[in-house]
Design a protein around this ligand. Structure first.
Ligand SMILES: CSC[C@H]1O[C@H](OP(=O)(O)O)[C@H](O)[C@@H]1O
Length: 368
């Protein structure tokens, strides 16, 4: 997408190949800064600290992390160490494991002498594939937006609610849940986005709002608990969210709070769509609630808030009493029964084993 009118992706390789570059998402929206990743440890830190975040971008960053590791030491031991270090950065997004499996598949059979070039090539392919997947998801989801607009009699505006950030900042480009929003806006469909702030890290208020503002998409930031009220009053025409891991039976892990939004949508008859790139499908799992690992992060992400003072200074303040512990669950799982449909790069399907196999028949007989 574009930043201040300049096209860019959320991750890149410097022209001289000296480093991978990423946007420091912990400083948005008040500062737009980029960071050079030159070592395995820098790539791992970027993922762990959420300087980069979002399931597909985590996978892409890990892929370049393997490249950076191979530049230092392309031995079998160094490859295994790199894969282990990167796998341990964050537990929920399955794209991390998918990307690392892809890198192992590409590099393990090669002699050390061929691994640096092969790692750079495969990491670049993973990024290009992500962009194509997300654009395709956008096109398929756009048809759902257009149907909702027709159903509404093409009056007023199409109100879409999204949770967290599943935009281009969460991927290499386009985003998943936000891809159809960009396409709809660019096609002249009067889309308006209710942006869940998404406590505690506020990816919605900070990142989705920034993305939509950069693209000129009308949007309104709301507290996480407002969505149900808006749905009760007919102010939400559809919901669309991203995912960090979806099981072979269609259970969806996504940012904490997604499940509650899906419950409200079901109760109010509001379509609830999940934008699902195929690398985010975990074909080995069935029951998401019981099997998907849910990341727990530091309580200070909930007790402390970072923002810009009226003086312009960026500051972090504590909002809870010093003696009050905080529990910080980063994801929850929305059961397939609450999902209206999954939107993949191959098309739209019911959130079910048979639905996914209808789009991915090569997986039949191999699913969980
Ligand atoms: C397109 S994946 C976006 C997905 O990742 C976010 O989690 P985090 O910001 O913690 O990496 C959130 O679950 C988004 O829906």
């Amino acid at each position: 997408m574009k930043v201040h009118g300049k096209p860019m992706r959320s991750i890149w390789v410097e022209p001289d190949g000296a480093a991978a570059g990423v946007i420091d998402q912990t400083r948005l929206p008040h500062a737009f800064t980029t960071v050079r990743l030159t070592t395995l440890d820098e790539a791992a830190h970027a993922i762990r600290s959420m300087l980069v975040r979002g399931a597909p971008l985590i996978g892409a960053t890990a892929a370049y992390g393997v490249w950076l590791a191979m530049r230092a030491d392309a031995s079998d031991g160094a490859l295994e160490k790199a894969l282990t270090v990167l796998r341990g950065t964050r537990p929920t997004a399955v794209n991390l494991h998918w990307a690392l499996d892809e890198m192992r598949r590409a590099l393990a059979p090669l002699p050390a002498s061929g691994r640096v070039a092969a790692a750079l090539r495969r990491a670049g392919e993973i990024c290009d594939e992500d962009v194509a997947i997300n654009r395709a998801i956008g096109e398929h989801a756009l048809k759902l937006f257009e149907a909702a607009w027709e159903k509404k009699g093409r009056k007023g505006r199409l109100n879409v609610l999204t949770h967290c950030n599943a935009g281009w900042l969460a991927t290499v480009d386009w985003g998943t849940a936000l891809a159809p929003i960009y396409l709809a806006h660019d096609a002249g469909l009067p889309v308006h986005v209710w942006v869940d702030e998404t406590r505690p890290r506020n990816q919605g208020a900070v990142l989705t709002a920034w993305e939509l503002g950069q693209h000129g998409v009308p949007h309104t930031v709301i507290a996480d608990n407002v969505g149900g009220h808006l749905m009760q009053h007919g102010e939400v025409d559809l919901c669309i969210v991203g995912t960090d891991r979806t099981t072979a039976h269609g259970d969806v892990a996504n940012k904490i709070g997604t499940y509650l939004k899906a419950l409200a949508a079901k109760d109010n008859g509001v379509p609830f769509y999940v934008a699902l790139p195929s690398p985010t499908i975990d074909w080995t799992l069935k029951d998401g609630v019981r099997e998907i690992p849910i990341e727990q992060r530091e309580g200070t992400e909930l007790s402390d808030v970072t923002g810009r003072l009226r003086s312009g200074e960026i500051a972090t303040v504590r909002i809870t009493p010093d003696g009050s512990p905080a529990a910080n669950y980063a994801f929850d799982v929305t059961p397939a029964r609450l999902v209206t449909a999954l939107v993949t790069e191959r098309g739209v399907c019911p959130a079910s084993e048979e639905g996914l196999l209808s789009l991915f028949p090569e997986r039949r007989g191999k699913a969980a």
